[in-house]
Structure formats: C-alpha cells, structure tokens
Design a protein. Sequence first.
Length: 334
Amino acid sequence: MSQKVVAVAGATGMVGRQMLHVLEERNFPVKSLKPLASERSKGKSVTFRGEEIPVEVMTESSFKGVDIALFSAGGGTSKHFAPYAAKDGCVVVDNSSAWRMDPNVPLVVPEVNGADIAWHEGIIANPNCSTIQMVVVLKPLHDAATITRVVVSTYQAVSGAGKAAVDEMYAQTRAVLAGEEPVCHIFPHPIAFNCIPQIPQSNAFGDNGYTSEEMKMVNETKKIMGDDSIRVTATTVRVPVHTGHSESVNVETVNKLTAAQAREVLSRAPGVIVEDDPGAQVYPLAVHAAGRGETFVGRIREDISHPSALDLWIVSDNLLKGAAYNAVQIAELL
Ligand code: NAP
Ligand code: 3JN
C-alpha cells in the first residue's frame, strides 16, 4: 500500500485517540498525520509514533492534499465538513450518524459488506457500535439459515457516551461509596450502580417510543446486511461498565440451525471468536473484550419458545470494533 496523508478529525476525543492508537498499532502506511479538532484544542498536541504533532483547528480547507480523513467529531461537524473534504479528493470514513442512511453513502463493516466501498463517492460511513458487533455475528447466520427477525437488548458501556460520561460514572461511584448523593450532569439518572434504558442521554425518544440508538440498530442492520426484509427490534440500555458493549440477541431463521451448527458456522466467521463453554463458566465478558478488535459470541442456545430461533450473547470493544478499528479496517480496504 502506498503511503497516505491521513487526517483524524476529532483527534482529541475518546474515539479519535483510539484511531491514532489503531493506525499506529496496525502500522497503517501514514506518510504524514494531520490531527484536527475544534478551537478548544488550540495549542494542544497528540502523540503519534512517539512524535508530538500539533492539533490544527478544522476548517473547510483542512483537507487539501489529504488522502484519507477519519472523522469522529460529531454528526453536525461531519455533515458540514465531509463534503469539503470529498470535493478536495480526500476519502472520508465517517464515524457519526450524519451520512449512514444516505443512499449514496456505503455503510460498511468489512467482514460483512466490504465490497460496498466500491461505490463510494468520497464518503464512507462507519455504523453505530451496537450495530457493528451484532452484524458481524448475524451475517454468517443469515448466509447459513436466512434470518427473518432479530430481538436485541443491549448493555452499553459508558465510554460510548464520551469522556465526560466516563468521568461522571467515576465521580458518582466515589460519591455513593462515601454515602453522598450522586450528581447528574450528563446522564438523566445516576449511572453508578444503575442501568438506564435510554440511549442517548438527551433527546432520545421518537414518536414510536423507540430511542434514536434503537432505530439506528434497526435501520443500519438492514442496510449493511442488504436485506430490508429482516425485522429488527431493539432496547438499548446504558450500564456502569467502562468499555465493552454486551448484547442479548434472539435470532429467528427460516431454516433451523442447531446450537452446534451455529457454533460451527460462527467459529469460521471472520472477526468472530466463539467463547462458549457454560459448564466451565466461559462466555464473553466486557472486561475481556476491552482492548480487542474481535467480536465475541457465546451462550449460544436453541430458543425453547420457538421452532427455529437462537439466543446469543455478543460482546465487543465499542471504541475499537465499534468505532476506531472498523474505521481503520475500511481505510485499509481503500
Ligand atoms: P468526545 O470525546 O467528546 O470528542 C469529540 C471530538 O470532536 C473532540 O476531538 C472535539 O474536539 C471534536 N470536535 C467537536 N466539535 C468540533 C468542531 N466543531 N470542529 C472540530 N472538531 C470538533 O466524543 P467521542 O466519544 O470521541 O465521539 C465523537 C463522535 O464519534 C460522536 O459524536 C459520534 O458521532 C462518533 N461516535 C461513534 C461511535 C460509533 O458507534 N461508531 C461511538 C462513539 C462515538 P475538542 O477536543 O477540540 O473539543
Ligand atoms: O452511546 C453509545 O454507546 C454509542 C454512541 C454513539 C454516538 C454518540 C454520539 C453521537 C453516535 C453514533 O455513532 O451513532 C452519535 C452520532 O453520530 O449520532
């Protein structure tokens, strides 16, 4: 692969920092790196390959001479700046929801629909973290037995809500342990020692009673799998875990798959690791998945309430496969 000029938009953020880490760890052929952020980061620098690189304030002309830009600076920022980058010949891999459902923008998980990058017009979207880890597991099952319906409940880590949310969880935990009242700034209710069935933390609910995170899982799954007929319903829940989203997933199929067949199919699936030995108390755990690029699946069993359905427990690092690693994999495909 030839050396590329790479910009990271949102380089000072939780996802942006992981992007720098993954570019470095995967030895991505970076000719030069351009870290971009807001006015707030003027004077700051980031460390890349042991070198301090000053952060630049992102402007409409930041992308001249840039080959690939990895965006994780929020949806409004992507909506505004990505077209300027594309116009200057840069390919944008965008981590926000701004472009995901645009019919002219491929929404890509390399293990599932990597070929879709072929029709990009300058912008490629990275799906939502909860969707990514689910479709990596669903795709091989769909190919084997044709999925008709998916019922998912998520247990999402606090790092998915950004750095301020993680700080709030720790502050609340300290407060509760000291016998004090937890203070809420980011979340609508205490996240310490609690579960909150609302993601995101503000302006979450639509007219149908679903949250926007839940509707992302519904709509993005159909687009990535290239099959509008798959019915999906989701309940997304924030839990006091630092990193690693977990999901309980029920999958109905046209053709029955036994648990053993599903395990066999998934053991051959790219990017998937089967961890399924309940007798030995082996199943995927957020604390084990954190820091890993793969998606872990276990508790694979036949649903006793249905003639052809499976129950699964799926866990992955929300900042890596759910964001930075998937984005860098897309850049590698480019
Ligand atoms: P974060 O920790 O709050 O970081 C936000 C980053 O965006 C910072 O670098 C910030 O720069 C930068 N930024 C904000 N406004 C900007 C502007 N107007 N111009 C340039 N840079 C700007 O948030 P995060 O957790 O990293 O998440 C960032 C975004 O990534 C989210 O909004 C979301 O769209 C996406 N995301 C996607 C997933 C996924 O599921 N794939 C998961 C998490 C996040 P300053 O430091 O200068 O403020
Ligand atoms: O809450 C999580 O666990 C994942 C959060 C993702 C997120 C956070 C803020 C804005 C997104 C996303 O990727 O869908 C966005 C957004 O771009 O809409």
